[in-house]
Write a protein that binds this ligand. Structure first.
Ligand code: GLC
Ligand code: MG
Length: 572
């Protein structure tokens, strides 16, 4: 497949950006060398007092994001939607829900983002529409409606039973009965989210037109929702039982009891993704990125989504750090994971890492506040594009939501399993003032954290020890140093349990990253690695500049260090 060269320079926005280009001889590829920041629009900033964040709120905070030092924003869905799954049930792919604003607001957002040097990635939800989408409304009018085949319909079994054993991700069977036309329709998630039939060429054409619609409005890329689920086996054959329950979805009952071989990961997906890529590549006006949401534990299969000759996804999401942070958070496991990603992606594509999103409990809650700082250092120093979740830069934690206030349909549908995603979707904490500066209205759509008087952007901006100051410093260093945004990755075998260490190098510049993942002090002995100076510490900002001899590196409890190594000179 034809590959375009990728060399769009980022327009410099300030002195720092200028100096970056001055120091970095190679082309800056924003989606590889930059950092992506995910915004959940409902929860970022509300400018009209209805308690729900909006596009104008995002536009207002773009200078904050540019100053934070990220390079691109990814917006979770803002399309017209009945909001049963908070926008992941799209009723019109080519408009803005009035809750969030208008298309004009969107245009203003894109223009303002570009002005401050930020790229804009939008969420694209191809697997399913809302049941309120006009396509589905038409499709369900009769069995021979022209849009009927845009969705997946089946008769009941002769005994009246379901067409097959497939289970919806959000609980219950994947089939719901349509009384008017007396057939079942398929939905991988909620019954209000009927799956599109991607085997149908009209569906593909209509959905690709939606991509063009947003590209014409200046977007720089797409984050594609559950891309590996969009095609199902035409046979609709039963899924076989799963002999080993997937630990990631261990709480998911019948869903985890099956191997999802017939309802996802279809062999033709690679052609579909290629087609998707060409629609994006062929659209004039700059380099765009296609990121895909894929939960795939087999790294060989994961890497296959880069496609042949890089003609697939630019960035198949890699949730490995996230998985690890919700389970053991063990250095050995992380080292092995990164090694796996490094080797699986060789010759295929550029790695990427993520530690939080709108579907996962907050990283600060999963690993604790001290380790969240170590985790941030890890995320922003590994080789590969990092994606940051809004609020993680200030150390937001899960906010407990009482049952009366719970909103997430998953949690409500499968009660008692703590599957609800509200705790990680609470309003961004901007100021110590009323409603944390999120809304001037009476009430935010989800409750605010109780710590918002101290954990907020305003307070943390003036505190050099805050999570925000650490994140900012890491982002600046990553941007400034080619070793960190494009350099090689070399794992280090350490002599101490509980530590994860690696070197990033580019040209003469080398950085040792040493992460103490335990809450006790350690001395890490790395003889032969020379010496260096502390460039950043997660616990002690005053130690920056301190000289370090790598034969004995003192790490405080929960301390991560980035050490700028001296050039190796041949020993006398
Ligand atoms: C993806 C989204 C999630 C959504 C689901 C159904 O997993 O990240 O938020 O509920 O798809 O669209
Ligand atoms: Mg609002």
């Amino acid at each position: 497949m034809h590959q375009r060269s990728i060399s769009t320079p980022v327009p410099p926005t300030n002195d720092e950006a200028l100096s970056r280009h001055h120091r970095d001889p190679e082309p800056w590829v924003w989606w590889k060398h930059g950092v992506v920041y995910q915004i959940y629009p409902r929860s970022f900033l509300d400018t009209d007092g209805d308690g729900i964040g909006d596009l104008a709120g995002i536009t207002e905070k773009l200078p904050y994001l540019a100053n934070l030092g990220v390079d691109a924003i990814w917006l979770s869905p803002f399309y017209p939607s009945p909001m049963v799954d908070f926008g992941y049930d799209v009723a019109d792919y080519c408009d803005v829900d009035p809750l969030f604003g208008t298309l004009e607001d969107f245009d203003r957002l894109v223009a303002a983002a570009h002005e401050v040097g930020l790229k804009v990635i939008v969420d694209f939800v191809p697997n399913h529409t809302s049941d309120q989408h006009p396509w589905f409304a038409e499709a369900r009018t009769s069995r021979n409606n022209p849009k009927r085949d845009w969705y997946v319909w089946r008769d009941a079994k002769p005994d009246g039973g379901l067409p097959n054993n497939w289970q919806a991700y959000f609980g219950g069977p994947m089939w719901s009965w349509d009384e008017t036309t007396r057939q079942y329709y398929l939905h991988s998630f909620l019954p209000q989210q009927p799956d599109l039939n991607w085997h149908n060429s009209e569906v593909r054409a209509a959905m690709f037109d939606a991509l063009r619609f947003w590209m014409a409005r200046g977007v720089d890329g797409f984050r594609v929702d559950v891309i590996n689920q969009v095609m199902k086996a035409r046979s609709l054959a039963d899924n076989p039982p799963n002999p080993v329950r997937n630990p990631r979805i261990k709480d998911m009952g019948d869903y985890a009891a099956q191997l999802h071989v017939n309802d996802q990961g279809h062999a033709d997906l690679k052609y579909l993704i290629q087609e998707f890529r060409s629609v994006v590549d062929d659209y004039p006006g700059g380099e765009r990125v296609v990121v895909g949401e894929i939960h795939e534990d087999d790294l060989g299969v994961w890497a296959s989504y880069y496609g042949e000759n890089g003609g697939g996804l630019h960035l198949p999401f890699n949730f490995g750090l996230l998985e690890s942070s919700r389970a053991h958070w063990q250095p050995d496991e992380l080292r092995a994971h990164v090694a796996g990603i490094e080797s699986a992606s060789v010759g295929k594509g550029w790695p990427n890492y993520v530690l939080g999103n709108h579907d996962e409990h907050r990283v600060s809650t999963r690993v604790g506040e001290a380790q969240a700082r170590v985790a941030m250092m890890m995320l922003l120093t590994l080789r590969g594009t990092p994606t940051l979740y809004y609020g993680d830069e200030i150390g937001m934690v899960n906010v407990p939501i009482s049952p009366e206030l719970a909103r997430d349909p998953w949690g409500l549908r499968v009660p008692g399993m703590e599957l609800g995603r509200d705790p990680e979707r609470t309003p961004m904490q901007w100021t110590p003032g009323r409603n944390a500066g999120f809304t001037y209205g009476p009430e935010p759509w989800l409750p605010l954290a109780t710590d918002c008087a101290t954990v907020n952007v305003e307070k943390e901006s003036s505190d050099p020890r805050s999570m925000l100051s650490l994140t900012r410093a890491l982002l600046r260093m990553r941007r400034r140093e080619p070793a960190l945004h494009r350099g090689s990755y070399d794992p280090i075998e350490v002599d101490k349990d509980g530590c994860f260490a690696f070197v990033r190098a580019y040209g003469q510049r080398r950085f040792l990253v040493a992460l103490n993942m335990r809450s006790s002090t350690v001395v890490l002995r790395l003889p032969g690695r020379g010496s260096g100076a502390v460039a950043l510490s997660t616990v002690a900002s005053e130690s920056v500049g301190r000289l370090v001899d790598c034969s004995a590196i003192n790490l405080q409890p929960d301390e991560g260090l980035v050490i700028s190594l001296a050039e190796i000179t041949s020993s006398r």
